[in-house]
Design a protein around this ligand. Structure first.
Ligand code: EPZ
Length: 422
């Protein structure tokens, strides 16, 4: 089993280059199947989630190859619209094939998606959207298999009970080839949705309002293959900026869109962290006198849930009591027990509220990643802890942080992957 070994306390100096956004790329790859022909997706991050998606598109008889960060995908010869249970479970974003295959072939068979264990993660809003468009959904309780089909899809008004990112994107996919106009109300406004809508519009779709809470999709007959660039990963960028606030000595995070992380930057300012923005580069330095603050995760443009766990590590170093509330997922505090094992002083009121007392001196320990962003938080804790930290279950981390070991080593961290004895 692979583990990450860190000797803490090393300052971080130099440049970290941000890759393409995971939560864009995992939707853009399925989206390419909406069109016939060869699509090109640039700036795809080197994360293991992309490998899982490649397995799925190959199982549908699509050719896919990656050269550097450029993915070329030929969807001209799709022969089936069934995705196996194993492949469905490999990641959360497998659910995007529902909207894509339903739109193009009016039929898809697949299983409940996978993904980090941060909550029940239902897909009822996706399914209600498909039904509103005219799809029939059969669900087998025993093996969690879905068979979704439609004679035709007719545009309609779809108000979302919650501004779900996945449901917004999946309904956009299904509506893009429906007859007539679909209006998604209370749509998610995350920046990745704009990136995905841009891809579909370049294919010939007619989508307006992406990035606002009302998205209008006028269905078209067919979509043609095209190219798209994945936007920078705002969560990867935010994670490294938080590391910079802890250990930075002129750490420069490059290839960022600062407008996508305004909520984080404002919180860092509130804590007294100094940084400077120069185009797509943000230079940040360690802050030795952090103010405690309160964090409540919200839908975009609020403070992102995916940065809550990394932020909780910075809060352990603040001078006083900070309150951390997670409002999007019901099980996103599993990393807290390991931070406390390292010497943090965090009281979990319940699975969504934590009282973080700082500053705490963290000591290197043997710990386990519990999910993607919780794992990144533990890497941060290991980087500041005194002594040696060994992190197990690092597969979670490698799903969403491309080349994280190399990127951190390049700026001075004493970090490497080791093989455990057993
Ligand atoms: C996307 O998940 C991201 N994943 C998540 O990032 C991110 O945390 C989340 O959006 C919120 O920003 C991908 O894009 C692959 P949601 P998604 O639908 O689409 C409830 C990471 O670390 N809900 O916005 O699954 C759901 O239970 C990952 O990169 C329903 O009730 O999130 C949750 O409470 C983790 N029914 C809330 O909405 C549904 O049908 C947010 O879910 C769908 C969602």
């Amino acid at each position: 089993m692979k583990q990450i070994k860190i000797n803490g306390g090393k300052p971080l100096s130099g440049e970290i280059h941000i890759g393409g956004a995971k939560n864009s790329a995992v939707a853009l790859i399925p989206a390419a199947l909406l069109a016939d022909g060869i699509s090109v997706i640039n700036n795809v991050p080197n994360i293991t989630d992309k490998d899982a998606l490649f397995e799925i598109v190959k199982s549908l008889n699509c050719e896919v190859k990656m050269d550097g960060t450029v993915v070329t995908l030929d969807s001209s010869h799709i022969v089936n619209t069934t995705i196996s249970e194993k492949l469905s479970h490999q990641l959360r974003a497998s659910y995007y094939f529902m909207g894509v295959l339903l739109a193009k072939y009016k039929h898809v068979e697949m299983y409940f998606p996978g993904g980090c264990n941060i909550g029940a993660r239902p897909i009822d809003l996706h399914l209600k959207g498909f039904e509103a468009l005219g799809a029939k959904i059969e669900y087998n309780e025993d093996n969690h298999k879905y068979i979704i089909s439609a004679d035709e899809l007719i545009g309609t008004r779809i108000p979302l009970e919650f501004a779900s990112v996945g449901a917004t994107v999946n309904i956009m996919f299904a509506a893009s080839l429906a007859k007539g106009i679909t209006t998604i109300e209370n749509a998610a406004k995350e920046t990745e949705i704009i990136n995905i809508a841009d891809f579909l519009n370049k294919m010939g779709a007619k989508i307006s309002g992406a990035g606002t809470s009302t998205i209008i999709i006028e269905g078209v007959e067919r979509l043609k293959a095209t190219t798209i660039d994945v936007i920078p990963d705002r969560i990867e960028a935010g994670t490294y900026l938080l590391m910079g606030a802890l250990l930075g000595e002129d750490l420069v995070v490059c290839g960022v869109n600062p407008n996508h992380i305004t909520s984080l930057l404002n919180k860092l300012k509130d804590m007294g962290v100094k940084f400077s923005i120069n185009g797509d580069k943000i230079k940040i330095n360690k802050c030795n006198n952090l103010n405690p603050i309160n964090i409540t995760t919200l839908v975009y443009p609020g403070f992102p849930t995916d940065l809550g766990q990394p932020m909780s590590v910075l809060l352990t170093q603040a001078n006083g009591v900070s309150l951390f509330e997670e409002t999007i997922w019901e099980n996103r505090m599993q990393h807290i027990e390991y931070l406390n094992k390292m010497g943090a002083n965090i009281i979990l009121k319940d699975n969504t509220h934590a009282i973080i007392n700082g500053p705490s001196k963290l000591k290197g320990s043997m710990i386990n990643a519990t999910d993607l962003r919780g794992g990144a938080a533990l890497v941060m804790a290991g980087l500041i802890a005194e002594g040696e930290t060994i992190i197990s279950n690092i597969e979670y981390i490698l799903r969403g942080y491309e080349n994280i070991i190399r990127k951190l080593k390049n700026v001075g961290a004493d970090i490497r992957i080791i093989k455990s004895e057993e």
